[in-house]
Write a protein that binds this ligand. Structure first.
Ligand SMILES: Cc1ncc(COP(=O)(O)O)c(C=O)c1O
Length: 476
């Protein structure tokens, strides 16, 4: 298709489809019900030699692709952490795609670079970050954390590993808790630091890092000749949204001269609420880097990760490159974001943030986030009142961790097995979608309330289904 009139016709049809899809999303099975290979078997082995009509392509999208999708925007999607989106964000993504700009440097689209700069200032203000943080949009928190580790590594070696490799450098250590996200381990591997040099410190009864054990581990390493490089504090662990005590960790980072990176991938959005700023406390003033993902809970389409650094010069020294063909006369006077991260080419991600923040207003965003937390609070209360269910972690925000504990069954692996089967049965129903983790060795059901269109009745309906399905499982 190369005709603008056809584009207009199909564009209108597809926007209509999108509106219908989002309007009726509750009718789709939340988790795709297809079997492995079911989709690929419907796809031709070879690409077409001659053009195909958009009507046929669009029909196949509806008939082959949509049934193989898990509907992340369903209000009954309670799994993982959300990747919620919103109508203004979706519109911005369409415009971004229409312009198709590759925003690697200021010159390749000044508006993209300057909107990104201003959006990062807005986000810093909205989340109450202290003065002195500068932001850049990365694709994901995994990338942001990798940038943090690479910058920490380069700063610690006066940028020499970038120049001449690891030879002659000490063994560096990175610290997080046993509950830190797997992206930290991945970043440690990619940064060439060695997986064995990620030290996972024990947590307290609320799954928060134990700051005394953290300092002990660092001191022990120092006495053995290792060089402590970075501490990763998590605000909102993936398992249970535990909040590592930043106020106690920051002094440890200061005393031991380590980089302090704060991973608030999902929970960072709650910092929009002044009543949740205790999560960053005073400790944030000592952090070197901070990441949160508007693409998780701030109604902004995946992908959009807000990465903030204390010292943008260190970031730019770590990632900067100056090939002849990218030299510009404006360099140094503007932000050329290719030097602020790993990739050269960059999507125009700031537009969707601009649309979202303006369209909802900060107060509108706050209201939705507060409602999610209130719904989680009510769910927690309902679980507490039910004798055959147990809460397995304190609820901080919008995630409730629990399990079914049928009367008379006390064998831990038997309880695990029943909960695993319960989860599978719930997800197979297509009516709701939950995921699991292990907390303290126990198989744990996680229910996260963070969808753009989730309402109280969706949560209550899901809870009733969980209870009814569990009751049927009681005699397993
Ligand atoms: C605490 C935490 N950090 C990092 C990540 C990784 O996020 P991303 O998919 O943006 O890399 C997640 C994902 O859920 C997370 O929960």
């Amino acid at each position: 298709m190369n005709d603008l009139n056809d584009f207009r016709t199909f564009g209108h049809q597809m926007v209509d489809w999108m509106a219908d899809y989002l309007g009726n999303i509750g009718d789709y099975p939340v988790k795709s019900q297809v079997q492995p290979k079911e989709i690929i078997d419907k796809l031709p082995l070879h690409p077409p030699d001659i053009p195909e009509g958009m009507d046929r392509i669009f029909r196949d999208f509806r008939e082959i692709i949509v049934p193989g999708m898990t509907h992340w925007q369903s209000p009954s999607f309670f799994g993982y952490f959300p990747a919620n989106s919103s109508l203004p964000s979706l519109l911005a993504e369409m415009l971004t795609a229409a312009m198709g700009a590759q925003c690697m440097i200021w010159e390749t689209s000044p508006a993209a670079a300057e909107l990104e700069e201003r959006m990062m200032e807005w986000l810093a203000e909205m989340t109450g970050l202290p003065a002195g943080f500068t932001g850049v949009i990365q694709d994901t928190a995994s990338t942001s954390t990798l940038c943090a580790l690479l910058t920490a590594r380069e700063r610690a070696t006066r940028y020499r590993i970038n120049d001449s490799g690891f030879t002659g450098h000490p063994v560096f250590r990175v610290y997080g808790s046993v509950e830190t996200h797997s992206s930290i381990e991945k970043a440690v591997k990619i940064a060439g630091l060695g997986r064995e040099n990620l030290i996972k410190v024990k947590v307290d009864g609320q799954y928060r890092i134990d700051p005394v054990a953290l300092e002990d581990a660092i001191r022990r390493d120092e006495s053995r000749g290792f060089v402590p490089l970075c501490i990763v504090a998590t605000l909102g662990t993936t398992g249970s949204t535990a909040i590592d005590p930043l106020d106690l960790i920051a002094p440890v980072a200061q005393r031991t001269g380590t980089w302090l990176h704060v991973d608030a991938a999902m929970a960072g959005t709650a910092l929009l609420l002044p009543e949740y700023r205790w999560m960053t406390g005073k400790g944030i003033e000592k952090a070197d880097s901070f990441v949160f993902n508007p693409h998780k809970w701030m109604f902004t389409n995946f992908d959009c990760s807000a990465y903030f650094v204390r010292d943008p010069e260190a970031l730019i020294r770590t990632f900067g490159i100056q090939p002849e063909y990218l030299k510009t006369v404006t360099h140094g006077r503007v932000n050329d974001y290719r030097d602020w991260g790993i990739q050269l080419g960059r999507r125009f991600r700031a537009l969707k943030l601009w649309f979202v923040i303006r369209s909802f207003g900060v107060n509108g965003l706050r209201q939705m986030i507060r409602q999610h937390i209130e719904m989680a609070e009510e769910l927690e209360q309902r679980i507490r009142e039910e004798s055959v269910f147990e809460l397995l972690a304190p609820r901080t925000l919008n995630l409730v961790c629990f399990r079914y504990h049928p009367p008379g069954i006390d064998n831990p692996s038997e309880i695990d097995r029943i909960n695993e089967k319960l989860l599978q049965a719930l997800n197979k129903s297509g009516k709701l979608f939950l995921t699991h983790t292990r907390l303290n060795g126990m198989y744990t059901l996680r229910m996260v309330i963070g969808q753009t269109r989730v309402d109280r009745h969706h949560v209550i309906r899901a809870w009733n289904m969980i209870r009814e399905t569990a009751a049927r499982f009681g005699d397993l």
